[in-house]
Design a protein around this ligand. Structure first.
Ligand code: SIN
Length: 295
């Protein structure tokens, strides 16, 4: 069993995205090891455990240490026999897409458009597209906590205590205008839209475990600000998103097969880069941990 004392953190030059070494998820984990990983995760918001060789069962069991698992709402992208795992992939087998090819291609946090958004997600890299020796299909992460801390005082006064409206229908409309109605997961998203009424969340969320304040905006989902007209609200959201995604708050994760990366859906937003072709195979397995009401 790995003990907490063997754990090492390898820091990256960003507020989040640090690597945690010394934990083998294919072996039984001591309770204090899991607690140490969770503490490091809470502290940084995005961490990677590289070089893991795990089964879907081990992925699910480790994820459950962080809370109850949520099922992704689109059934046909769930791993057969393991519906806790959402498959993100461009692979087509026997004429059938085995996963969602274009998941997360916009700055967002998971299930932002629900009343109780997910706590965190754990993405495991099974196949990573490579071209000329370089990995493709990176994922970008931005620290919404560091971005909040760095806001000028007058902007903090504007955003603190205000709510913003989040709309899945609006996201589906915007994606449809960009990628076309029939592309990849788009037709499933359209079916889902009716089941997700618009929801208000604080524009500045308090992290339920660390107490840190975090800007809470997903591009194309967060669409209006309480007490502001449409144009003024949209302009503020655009400026805040540009601030969150400034280079000093962003970590680019270049995937290697065997990476298990955990991201927090309050203190971070992420964006998957689709810079690979349909024949350059990418296969990722994601579990999603339930969260609670926002405040
Ligand atoms: C996601 O947002 O769940 C997908 C992230 C990725 O594929 O890199």
């Amino acid at each position: 069993m790995a003990s907490a004392t063997e754990i090492e953190i390898v820091h990256v030059n960003a507020p989040l995205g640090h690597e945690v070494r010394g934990v083998d998820l294919s072996r039984p984990l001591a309770a204090r090891t899991v607690e140490a990983v969770e503490r490091i995760f809470d502290m940084y918001g995005v961490i990677t455990l590289r070089g893991q060789t795990i089964t879907p069962e081990q992925h699910i069991a480790f994820s459950r240490h962080f809370g109850a698992l949520e099922r992704y709402p689109i059934d046909r992208f769930l791993l057969p026999g393991h519906p806790e795992i959402f498959v993100v992939s461009n692979i087509v087998e026997d004429g059938r897409a085995i996963g969602m090819a274009d998941a997360g291609r916009v700055w967002h946090s998971d299930m932002h458009f629900t009343a109780t958004p997910s706590r965190c997600s754990l993405l495991y890299a099974r196949e990573v597209p490579m071209r000329d020796g370089r990995a493709l299909g990176a994922t970008l992460f931005a620290s919404t906590a560091a971005a909040y801390d760095a806001l000028p005082r007058d902007i903090k006064a504007t955003v603190d205590g205000r709510r913003a409206l989040n709309s899945y229908s609006r996201y589906v409309e915007r994606r449809s205008a960009k990628v076309g109605g029939g592309k990849s997961g788009q037709s499933e998203r359209t079916k889902q839209a009716d089941q997700h009424p618009d929801v208000w969340h604080p524009l500045v969320r308090t992290h339920p475990r660390t107490g840190r304040k975090c800007l809470y905006i997903s591009d194309e989902v967060t669409c209006a600000v309480e007490g502001m007209g449409e144009t003024e609200g949209e302009q503020l959201l655009k400026e805040l998103l540009a601030h969150i995604t400034r280079p000093e708050f962003v970590y680019t994760h270049e995937w290697r097969v065997g990476d298990l990366l955990i991201w927090d859906n309050c203190s971070a937003v992420h964006n998957a880069i689709g810079d690979y072709g349909p024949d350059e195979r990418r296969l990722m397995h994601r579990t999603t941990v339930a969260g609670g009401p926002t405040f």
